[in-house]
Design a protein around this ligand. Sequence first.
Ligand SMILES: [Zn+2]
Length: 292
Amino acid sequence: MNASVDKKALKLLAKYSSISQSYSRSIRPLEPHEQRWIDLRGFSTDEEFEYLKEQGLAFDSLDMEHDAAVQKCFEYAKQCKKPHVTDLFLSSFTAERLDFRSGFAPFAIMQTMPEHGFTKSSAPGYCAICSAAAVYTDMDPTDWNVDRYKYGSIGLLKVPYVIQFHLAQYLQLAQQKPTVNDFRIFNAILDILQSVDAKTKPKDLHKHLKRIEGFKATNDQCRVLVEALGIASILETEEHKGYLTRYINPGLAPSKSHSSDWAYPVDFWTGADGVNRKALAFWFGDYPEIRL
Ligand SMILES: [Zn+2]
């Protein structure tokens, strides 16, 4: 699943949803809202799921324990090399492979995630350090693979179960060489992030970024890209830092307002905060093509 990914398989993956699968397997009659979901979204047949598995895009559900997930995170993060991660990230701009971009945020979280065992919290069954459940039963990594290919980043849940999956998949991707256009697009993104009006909020960025020639991103794809830059500390604020310098429990990270669902810390970012050059240099300082 490296140089090219089967187009048919990608289409099938795009419509995959854990929720659809569980409704479709239900032995009791579906509730009206469940039936509506299936009518609208459809579901993957056994045959389609097998095909996705053959293509390396779908996985059987499994059970995993917290400590095993943390251990895998550290094992995989150690094998991931920073230039491999950043080369893939940059190549994603023109390769039309969002999965190339997807390992950046999980790898950034691993810069400061503490190696730890399950630690009791006031929420029974959930870890005080990372918010992961003590045991994840019937974990469905295929759903997370949809996020990789459709959006290019880690989803809402930033716990070790998901991070280890992203890193394991990332390790299977061959090294890429970013092209002149990849560098041009990333430089243009940085220029915009540094020059937008001080009041600009993350949700306003798409309308600026989509004007970059050759940068194809939907609103959602743009959002996860901006969120990843936050997690990597490139877009952070004085008070709300990314994961490069300190780890914050993703389940307890503050949000700017009750209604905001942007990831921490970019949720707090405005144009006035600009780009953290130190973090930018940490990640991309070895590329003379990138204007720091
Ligand atoms: Zn934990």
